[in-house]
Design a protein around this ligand. Structure first.
Ligand SMILES: Cc1cc2nc3c(=O)[nH]c(=O)nc-3n(C[C@H](O)[C@H](O)[C@H](O)COP(=O)(O)OP(=O)(O)OC[C@H]3O[C@@H](n4cnc5c(N)ncnc54)[C@H](O)[C@@H]3O)c2cc1C
Length: 496
């Protein structure tokens, strides 16, 4: 580890640090970058393929980005925004497949159509209205709708096999959907950074952050193999420690973290590797969340492509552990309580009854009950074919709210402080899919002058849609989808 002041320290070896480090290296190739990762490999927490669902979130199938208003109204604004964010990822990854950084694309991204499946008259009506609104939007123009069982069976046979003839159901499908192995993206980005001179320090856990009078940061680091400590001094620190970010940001003493707390929810999935089952499904099928359930609990039946092998995943089911990371301590939750976040945390605890009810229901659910939920999507599912796996921890953000005292937030929160010398990421949704958008936001907020100077041109060279978006220009949207599909070796998208 360097004894001198380095330009950038990235804490955490997940997709966010990998993305930010690579973006910074592209605009400032001479800057020294050091990565601290507490485990013996990168991408072992949320970014690992089996710790998340691998959905390239583009709002093609997730109903939570387009909820119905109390008066039944629908707005496509949020869905378009999420899709636009994913297009930035597609363009950036494409530029790096072209220059050789990311290697062969099928190792990290594959075409898997995105579908939405709903049951019951009211839900079918909602899905039809959602489709009518979205199909005119350029980034959604490959979306199809059907309430015909034969058609849906052609798209996804397992949804229909052994389903009662009396059931009313409907689906939409977008062939431009993707499955992404974010762990592989992370590993390939770090490999490239290290080959270009970045320092990757595995088994090195950041313990504490302290700002010097000259404005630089001392990061106190524990070498877990040798049980020794050291300090690394940096001009800019990114806290990409996933669930570990809250504690580190608190240790930095920046006022911007005051009032923030975290509540961990573990994700669990049923996984099936049986070739005779897996071969009959090729889609990511999202349903509707149960009333009162949080947005990230939307059930989905997914095709996954990991290490060249295809599996099915169904979930998420929720679990609880006070750890903020899969591999950390039960002390995380109680240890994160501070005088400034106690009020907001208590307020959330006293008001979020629907979340508490949902969690208790999930924790009490028997294996039979879990299989019953799966059979709502796949009536023919056999318990013996499915194994329960524990995925990553999501630390939901709780924060101060002037009106309510404290609120729970399901999105991502970028925290910056120290006049742009430190940034960190809290929360987990929409997550890895929008890492490029989130990290460009960090760069703009922390390095406004450099960004508006020479950085913007380099960013635009790789990500032409940055800043302008694509959806308002049908020709540009069609061209970008076609081009990125070709470079990333994805099925061609039919665009209007
Ligand atoms: C169940 C589940 C399903 C999800 N599904 C999707 C999905 O389908 N699509 C999607 O886009 N996103 C999804 N996400 C979200 C996505 O996985 C995350 O947003 C993303 O992986 C977060 O990346 P990260 O780099 O911030 O954190 P992580 O990948 O968690 O990386 C943090 C790293 O920091 C290290 N670390 C922690 N503390 C320290 C320390 N003190 N010092 C040094 N290193 C430290 C950890 O070991 C880890 O390697 C899902 C998440 C979960 C949990």
């Amino acid at each position: 580890m360097s004894n001198n002041t380095v330009d950038v320290v990235l804490i955490g070896g997940g997709v966010m640090s990998a993305t930010l480090g690579t973006l910074i290296h592209q605009v400032e190739p001479e800057w020294s970058i050091h990565i601290l990762e507490s485990r013996d490999e990168v991408a072992t927490e949320s970014s690992n393929a089996w710790n998340n669902a691998g959905t390239g979130h583009a709002a093609l199938c997730e109903l939570n980005y387009m909820p119905e208003g109390p008066d039944g109204s629908l707005s496509s604004a949020k869905a378009i925004d999420i899709n636009e964010q994913f297009q930035l990822s597609r363009q950036w990854w494409s530029s790096m497949v072209q220059d050789g950084t990311l290697g062969e694309p099928s190792g990290f991204i594959n075409t898997v159509p995105h579908m939405t499946f709903v049951r019951g008259e009211a839900n079918v009506d909602y899905l039809r209205r959602r489709f009518e609104l979205l199909k005119g939007e350029p980034l959604f123009s490959d979306m199809e709708f059907s309430d015909d069982a034969m058609q849906i069976a052609e798209w996804a046979p397992l949804l229909v096999e052994r389903r009662s003839r009396d059931e009313v159901f409907a689906a939409t499908r977008s062939v431009s959907g993707t499955d992404v192995d974010f762990g592989e993206v992370t590993r390939r980005l770090f490999d490239h950074l290290v080959a270009d001179g970045a320092g990757l320090h595995l088994n090195h856990e950041a313990k504490k952050l302290h700002r010097r009078e000259d404005g630089t940061w001392d990061v106190r680091v524990l070498d877990r193999s040798r049980r020794t400590t050291a300090t690394i001094n940096a001009r800019f620190v990114f806290v990409g420690a996933g669930g570990g970010a809250l504690g580190l940001l608190q240790s930095s003493g920046i006022p911007e973290i005051r009032g923030f707390g975290g509540f961990p929810i573990s994700g669990k999935f049923l996984r099936c590797d049986k070739p005779e089952v897996v071969r009959d499904h090729h889609a990511k099928v999202y349903g509707k969340a149960a009333v009162g359930a949080p947005p990230m609990s939307v059930p989905h039946l997914d095709t996954r492509v990991v290490d060249g092998k295809t599996s099915l995943l169904f979930g998420p089911y929720a679990g609880f552990s006070p750890n903020f990371l899969k591999h950390s301590s039960w002390w995380d939750l109680p240890g994160s309580v501070r005088p400034h976040n106690l009020g907001p945390m208590l307020k959330v605890g006293l008001t979020e009854f629907s979340l508490e009810k949902y969690l208790v229901g999930e924790l009490m659910a028997s294996r039979d009950k879990q299989m019953e939920t799966l059979r709502e999507y796949m009536p023919s599912a056999r318990s013996a074919d499915w194994e329960m796996i524990t995925a990553g921890q999501r630390v939901q953000v709780m924060k101060k709210d002037p009106q309510k005292g404290g609120i729970l937030q399901f999105g991502t929160e970028v925290i910056t402080g120290g006049e742009g010398t430190i940034a960190g990421l809290l929360g987990a949704s929409p997550g890895a899919s929008t890492a490029v958008d989130a990290m460009l936001d960090v760069m703009q907020r922390c390095f406004p002058e450099q960004f508006e100077g020479k950085w913007r041109a380099e960013v635009l060279r790789r990500i032409p849609a940055f800043g302008t978006g694509l959806n308002q220009d049908a020709a540009a949207a069609a061209a970008s989808l076609a081009e990125t599909s070709e470079i990333l070796d994805l099925d061609a998208v039919k665009v209007a």
